[in-house]
Design a protein. Sequence first.
Length: 222
Amino acid sequence: MNAILNTASTSTSSVFPTMVPAITEWSEVELLQRMLLRDDRAWREFHHRYDRLIYRAIHKVTQRFSSVLGSADVEEIYALFLCSLNGRDMHKLRKFEPDRGHRLSTWVGLLATNAALDYLRGLSRQPQRGNQLEAEQLSCATPDPFHTLAAKEEWTRVRDTLRGFSEKDRTFVDLFFLQGRSPEQIAEEMQISVKTVYSKKHKIRCRLEHALGRPVSAAAAA
């Protein structure tokens, strides 16, 4: 992704010479470079290439709740997804890392899936729409490939970060984040006070979030 950002920071004329490939021949990296420069043609090509994938990812999440969700909800999720791409100076697009062997289509599908999940979780917190509380139950017998990819990458970064922790802190991470032990159980296991458990949890979480650049939850580390 560093290569994309470095290229995107130069002028349009130097990045894209006079003789350029046809739009349909743009590689994923070139398409993303142009999107980061807010090239209207690139955004139109993005929709042409990936809209079907985006809607398919949204429908895959929402189809279980077809009794309470309609086409208007799908369109709202799609709109929220597009807003998230443009938010914070297109932060989500800039996080794409083609040098790690990932395809832009996979990244787009992951972001669309997460947008749908966030929408369902938001509905589940609205008491007046009680039938949608089932949206909290998002487990599935077959692992979602997008979630599997994201979880694997995040846990790799967590594991690398943990190498710099003391053995006692790594034990705490295992008990709290992986095993899901209660503060009382951890206090007994490590022979520390419950107050120390809460303090250590806060300090370790801050260290992990600083290293990963995003919030860390017990579920994400599992």
